[in-house]
Design a protein around this ligand. Structure first.
Ligand code: AMP
Length: 393
């Protein structure tokens, strides 16, 4: 994108402005808008105009609460200019407004998902969107794993006039730094509730990493499969065999798998529960493991400080409750410390991003991904439709 001059071009940009709104329909977190600011600014500075298209939420019947109009004021505030709004993303109104667009102006289209055709990847809907601009940029990593009209199908109408936006490029580079060119030793930290949602990730990264730290709820399926007593901790009985196969595979590949040695157990999932530290392989009946224990945090920290590349996906405990957040916080501190000593750290996919934000670790890690599902699918080794569509000549 940096080598292209957008002077006098009408650039259709697929952004991910699916931002959270509060009860008064005001933007409560503008991170996603700010994330695409460099892309939009470059086009405006070059003397081009921007036609922004995005989805917002999951509308069923064009409900007003999902209108892009709700976020218009925030875009105006961020770009310090009036932004033109089209109350339809296709049709004569959108066409007229895009035709009248002058250099330096921004046009915001109504929610793409007011049309089912967007999600279905409908060809003629994509063609109508494409007719609004003369250049196409995809800057929406959050939806890059979807083969939707605006994220993938539309690209074919711009065979020689399409590229990634700065945000999407950054995401691709960050994933590449882990999956292709990561400096060794590499550690992947995987947490979260269920092992079932991470199996494909583990199987794909096992060839690339030196250490895998498994924490959070998913650890108990491994511990149970290895013969441990896990009390009432969360586990997936149908994934025990898979857990054992992963352990065998890791041995074969000389990758070290680290499970928590101790965990914080509780008599209920509640901030006022009785809690104590326990050996992770001998959790008593009626108790459940809800956080990583202090001894494990020390072991995990030693591994992390020795690594040059760190991938973190998923919290190590029920971090949303303060009583079970210490393990995730300790892990965050370890990752930040290793990063300040020169390691590259990528946090992405699932709730680890929420944890990093909640405990203010964002500025201390190298990169926080903006895409949950897209990040997970990238780590699974899948090629994403939104990225394929731009690369296709
Ligand atoms: P994920 O979306 O897969 O990253 O999972 C995140 C969720 O896992 C969070 O909501 C955590 O509260 C939950 N979680 C982490 N550790 C545990 C645990 N030991 N038991 C139950 N849930 C957990």
């Amino acid at each position: 994108m940096k080598d292209i001059n957008f002077k006098n071009r009408k650039v259709l940009i697929r952004v991910d402005f699916n931002v959270p709104l509060d009860s008064k329909l005001k933007v409560s977190d503008d991170t996603r808008i700010l994330a695409s600011k460099p892309t939009i600014k470059k086009i405006l500075d070059d003397g081009g105009s921007c036609i922004l298209m995005s989805h917002l939420g999951r509308p069923k019947a064009n409900e007003k609460e999902f209108s892009m109009f709700n976020i218009l004021y925030k875009i105006e505030e961020i770009f310090e200019r009036n932004v033109i709004f089209s109350n339809d993303c296709i049709g004569w109104r959108a066409k007229e407004l895009s035709q009248g667009l002058k250099p330096g102006e921004i046009l915001l289209l109504e929610n793409l998902r007011y049309y089912q055709e967007e999600i279905n990847g409908n060809y003629s809907f994509a063609k109508k969107l494409a007719s609004l601009g003369d250049f196409y940029i995809n800057d929406a990593f959050g939806t890059a794993h979807r083969a939707h009209a605006s994220t993938s199908v539309i690209a074919q109408f711009f065979p020689k006039a399409k590229c990634f936006g700065y945000l999407l490029s950054k995401e691709i580079k960050a994933i590449g730094k882990i999956m292709e060119s990561g400096e060794k030793p590499i550690v992947a930290i995987l947490g979260g509730a269920k092992v079932s949602s991470k199996i494909k990730v583990i199987l794909n990264i096992i060839d690339k990493v030196d250490h895998v730290i498994i924490g959070g709820g998913m650890a108990y399926t491994f511990i149970k499969a290895l013969g441990g007593d896990i009390g009432d901790s969360i586990f997936e009985p149908d994934k025990e065999d898979m857990a054992l196969s992963i352990i065998d595979l890791a041995k074969e590949k000389k990758v070290k798998i680290h499970l928590p040695k101790d965990v914080i157990i509780a008599d209920r999932l509640d901030n006022s529960a009785n809690i104590k530290a326990s050996d992770s392989f001998s959790i008593p009946k009626n108790w459940q493991g809800l956080d990583c224990g202090p001894k494990s945090s020390i072991v995990f920290n030693d591994i992390i400080q020795d690594c040059k590349t760190i991938l973190w996906n998923g919290p190590l405990g029920v971090f949303e409750l303060s009583r079970f957040s210490e393990g995730t916080k300790a892990l965050g501190r370890s990752v930040v410390n290793a990063t300040s000593n020169g390691a590259f750290s990528l946090v992405g996919g699932g709730d680890s991003v929420a944890a990093v934000k909640m405990f203010n670790f964002e500025s201390g890690v190298s990169y926080v991904s903006t895409g949950g599902g897209a990040m997970l699918e990238s780590l699974e080794g899948k090629s994403l439709p939104g990225i394929r569509a731009i690369n296709m000549r």
